[in-house]
Design a binder for this molecule. Structure first.
Ligand SMILES: NC(=O)c1ccc[n+]([C@@H]2O[C@H](COP(=O)([O-])OP(=O)(O)OC[C@H]3O[C@@H](n4cnc5c(N)ncnc54)[C@H](O)[C@@H]3O)[C@@H](O)[C@H]2O)c1
Length: 382
């Protein structure tokens, strides 16, 4: 089969992760990389022998041989890049959060449908094999009725007021930081595993650093430990460092979660715990090959990833034998493989689509509204 030619927009953390993962997928050819500058595009693309490198994504959209694009730029740029790409007839794989507002996400979702193009929002964390195993346990009824869903996504990289990133700036990231950046992954996973929807919620957000020290030089070359007082300017911050949400999933199921970027020692501490009427399950991203299963009347167990022991669905996300860990990088490969299969062979889209990105924007909107109004907010009709 002729490889599908694709392009990567953005050359930072995600640009590299997407490029490496796309290179691991059958029948995909990364034909172009777009950076903020020609130099940035070259820095990433050259070593991978990408034939086309530049700074204007519109040039790439004019190339009829390119069928798909990956949008890996700061959040506020997702909307225009994805919209232009869809209008140019490209299939789009966009990083999360899909956009910075519900209205924009609605527009992209209906545009993709009108154009008949494949669309994916990168909620890749669903595709750890043991997250899929947890979902399979729930589907098989082994947990019973779900009573409680709880957990956190906690990091420490924005703990100090000298820590800076475009995510701090609402112009680049949107009105929410911590909840949009990592809370959205948590809620996507909670709804995916349980098969239930959050129906109402009550949120409390906190910004510990009302000002931060923004480096005067380029953020990409920022090395905060080497900065002197003349190297930065005190900058007001509007986005939250921490969020706590209690929520309902229908009339019976209850949950709570926190998201934090100021929790010393937690790097990517996403944990999710589901307590059912028969048994429980807990998964933690920092030990991805393990699934804790809890029982009331017999011993608890730690189920270690081994494809031969997984359900058929979970096994389809595990490419390596037991004892060889499968981690963060591999989740992208699993998403991209399914995305490109849906383009190349017309396979059904078994990955999060723009409509799932829209769903997360609606939850986020409710979180912000609840925090502002100090009230519960209904999400069922959103
Ligand atoms: N799925 C995940 O697990 C995950 C993890 C991290 C980030 N993300 C998402 O990925 C996106 C990018 O985040 P990141 O951590 O890679 O940020 P980053 O700052 O490391 O990279 C962003 C890159 O985009 C480039 N850029 C900015 N404007 C551009 C333009 N007009 N054209 C081309 N390039 C441009 C910047 O120069 C930078 O290199 C964000 O939306 C973020 O939420 C997702």
């Amino acid at each position: 089969m002729k490889p599908i030619r694709t392009a990567i927009f953005g050359t930072g953390f995600m640009g590299r992760v997407h490029l490496e993962a796309a290179r691991r997928v059958e029948s995909v050819d990364v034909a172009a990389v777009v950076g903020r500058t020609d130099e940035a595009a070259r820095r990433l693309g050259e070593g991978f022998s990408v034939p086309r490198m530049g700074r204007d994504y519109r040039d790439v959209l004019r190339d009829a041989s390119i069928a798909a694009v990956h949008v890996c730029t700061p959040n506020a740029q997702h909307f225009s890049m994805a919209k232009d790409a869809l209008q140019a007839g490209k299939h789009v794989l966009c990083e999360k959060p899909l956009t910075t507002s519900v209205e924009e996400a609605e527009e992209l979702t209906s545009l993709a449908a009108r154009q008949g193009l494949r669309n994916c929002v990168c909620h890749n964390l669903r595709y750890y094999p043991m997250v899929q195993q947890m979902r399979s346990l729930r589907e098989a009824g082994e947990l019973g009725d779900i009573l409680v869903v709880q957990g956190t996504y906690s990091q420490d990289w924005l703990l100090y007021d000298t820590d800076w990133n475009w995510r701090v700036d609402a112009q680049a990231a949107g009105p929410s930081r911590c909840m949009a950046d990592i809370g959205s992954h948590w809620f996507d996973m909670a709804e995916h595993i349980t098969g239930m929807r959050v129906t109402s919620l009550c949120a409390d957000l906190q910004t510990y650093h009302r000002t931060r020290k923004k480096p005067k030089g380029s953020i990409e070359t920022f090395a905060n430990k080497l900065m002197g007082p003349g190297d930065y300017q005190e900058t007001p911050v509007e986005t939250e460092d921490f969020g706590a949400v209690i929520f309902q999933m229908g009339s019976r199921t209850r949950g709570c979660m926190t998201a934090s970027q100021v929790s010393a020692g937690r790097k990517n501490g996403l944990s999710i715990e589901i307590y059912g009427s028969r048994s429980s399950a807990r998964w933690n991203q920092e030990r991805p090959d393990e699934l804790w299963v809890g029982h009331r009347d017999s011993g608890n167990a730690i189920f270690v990833k081994d494809p031969s022991l997984l359900t058929p669905t979970a096994r389809s996300y595990a490419d390596l034998p037991g004892g060889h860990s499968e981690g963060y990088d591999d989740t992208f490969k699993q998403v991209f493989r399914r995305f490109y299969a849906s383009i190349g062979s017309g396979a059904s889209p078994e990955y999060p689509q723009f409509v799932d990105g829209l769903r997360q924007l609606k939850i986020l909107d409710a979180v912000l509204e609840s925090h502002r109004s100090r009230k519960w907010v209904d999400v069922s009709e959103r």
